[in-house]
Design a protein. Structure first.
Length: 350
C-alpha cells in the first residue's frame, strides 16, 4: 500500500506540474501581441508601477485610496520605504518607476546622464500652505538669518529645495553660509532632533511641519513662501525613461489619476488631511494643508529657477541643460485640453 500511495502521490505532483505549466504557457501566449502596456506583472492588461511606500502626503497614496487607478492601465506596486535622497537615483536606474522629489535633483540627474523626465507638476506653495517651514527652539537664541552663523541646520537631503532655496535666501540676507553646518535629518525626525539640541534650525516639510507648530518648545521663523514666494516649492513627479517608452498608456493613466487627485485635494483639503492622518496614525490637527498646481500642468518658471541656481553654484555646466530637457506635458490630458482651448481663443472660428 505504501508503494501504491507513493505512486499516486507522484502522479498527482506531475499532474499539478503539467497544469501549472499549461497555465503558465497560456498566460505567456495571452500577453503576447497586446503591446508594451499589456506586459506588466499585475492583472491581465494592467501594468504595475514600482513606487515607494513612504510616510507622507502623496498623491499616489490618495489616488489609490480614492480609486482613481481603477479601470486604468496601471496600478501601484509598493516596494517599501525609500529614503528621500535615494528616490531620484532609483527612478534613474529603474528600481522604482515614478518618484516625487524636487526639480534640482532631477536636473542634476539628467545632467549626469540619467534617463528620467518630469511628467507632472506637484505641490503649489501658498502662504497658508507652504512647502516647508523653518523652526528653532523657543529660547530666543535665533531670531534672524545672521544668527545662524556657527549653528547647525537640519534638512531632509542635499541637492533639493531645502538646501538651494535656503542658501540662496541666506546669502541675500548677508549670511556667510560657510559658517553654517548642514546635516541630513529625515523630516519625521527633525522636530525631536531640534528639541533635543542635535540641530539648531529644522527645515521641515509638510505634513510633519504641522505637528512641530504645536510644540511649545519650538517656534516657526519662516516658510519657503517668505523666502521666494513659492517659486521653488513645486515637487513634481518624474518617470524612468525606459518605463515611459515601454508603457506610455500606463504613464498617461498615472498622470491623469494623480492630476484628478490633486484637483480633489484642492477642493477637499480637510478630507485629504483625514486620509493622510489615518495613514500616518496621527491626529488630523497635526497634518498641514497641501495645495497642488491645477491639473498638475507643468510650467517652465520653477524649472528655470533651479537651472539658474544649479549653474550659479557650479553644480551643472552652464548651458548643458535647458528647460525642455527636463519635462514634458505630453502625458497630461489636461495640458492638451488647455493647449486646444488656447488655440481656439487665438483663432476663434469665423
Amino acid at each position: 500500500m505504501k508503494k501504491k500511495g507513493s505512486l499516486l502521490n507522484g502522479l498527482a505532483v506531475k499532474a499539478a506540474g503539467i497544469v501549472v505549466l499549461a497555465l503558465s504557457l497560456s498566460a505567456c501566449g495571452g500577453a503576447g501581441g497586446k503591446g508594451p502596456d499589456k506586459a506588466g506583472s499585475g492583472e491581465q492588461g494592467i501594468v504595475e508601477f514600482k513606487y515607494p511606500d513612504n510616510p507622507g502626503f502623496d498623491l499616489v497614496y490618495l489616488a489609490d485610496e480614492l480609486g482613481y487607478f481603477d479601470g486604468t492601465a496601471t496600478k501601484p506596486k509598493y516596494v517599501g520605504k525609500v529614503s528621500a535622497p535615494q528616490i531620484i537615483p532609483l527612478v534613474g536606474t529603474g528600481d522604482i518607476d515614478f518618484g516625487s522629489r524636487m526639480v534640482p535633483l532631477v536636473i542634476s540627474a539628467i545632467a549626469s546622464g540619467a534617463d528620467i523626465k518630469v511628467i507632472s507638476a506637484g505641490g503649489k506653495t501658498l502662504q497658508e500652505a507652504p512647502h516647508m517651514k523653518y523652526f528653532v527652539r523657543n529660547d530666543g537664541s535665533i531670531k534672524t538669518p545672521k544668527d545662524l552663523e556657527g549653528k547647525t541646520i537640519g534638512f531632509n537631503s542635499f541637492g533639493a529645495c531645502a538646501e538651494f532655496v535656503s542658501k540662496k535666501w541666506f546669502k541675500e540676507q548677508g549670511v556667510d553660509i560657510t559658517k553654517i553646518e548642514f546635516l541630513v535629518v529625515p523630516d519625521d525626525k527633525q522636530e525631536q532632533t531640534l528639541e533635543q539640541g542635535g540641530i539648531d534650525l529644522a527645515i521641515i516639510h509638510a505634513p510633519f511641519s504641522g505637528k512641530a507648530e504645536y510644540n511649545d518648545k519650538l517656534v516657526k521663523l519662516w516658510s519657503d513662501y517668505d523666502l521666494d514666494g513659492g517659486l521653488g516649492g513645486m515637487a513634481p513627479y518624474s518617470v524612468n525613461g525606459k518605463f515611459a517608452k515601454a508603457h506610455p498608456q500606463a504613464v498617461k493613466d498615472f498622470v491623469t489619476a494623480i492630476a484628478k487627485t490633486a484637483n480633489w485635494v484642492n477642493d477637499n483639503p480637510d478630507e485629504a488631511k483625514q486620509i493622510i492622518a489615518k495613514r500616518l496614525g496621527v491626529d488630523v490637527k497635526y497634518i498641514d494643508r497641501f495645495a497642488y498646481v491645477d491639473d498638475l500642468v507643468i510650467t517652465e518658471d520653477p524649472i528655470q529657477y533651479y537651472i539658474d541656481i544649479l549653474e550659479e553654484n557650479d553644480k551643472i555646466p552652464k548651458g548643458k541643460i535647458t528647460v525642455k530637457d527636463v519635462y514634458t506635458n505630453d502625458f497630461n490630458e489636461f495640458a492638451a485640453s488647455k493647449a486646444t482651448a488656447a488655440v481656439e481663443v487665438i483663432n476663434p472660428a469665423a
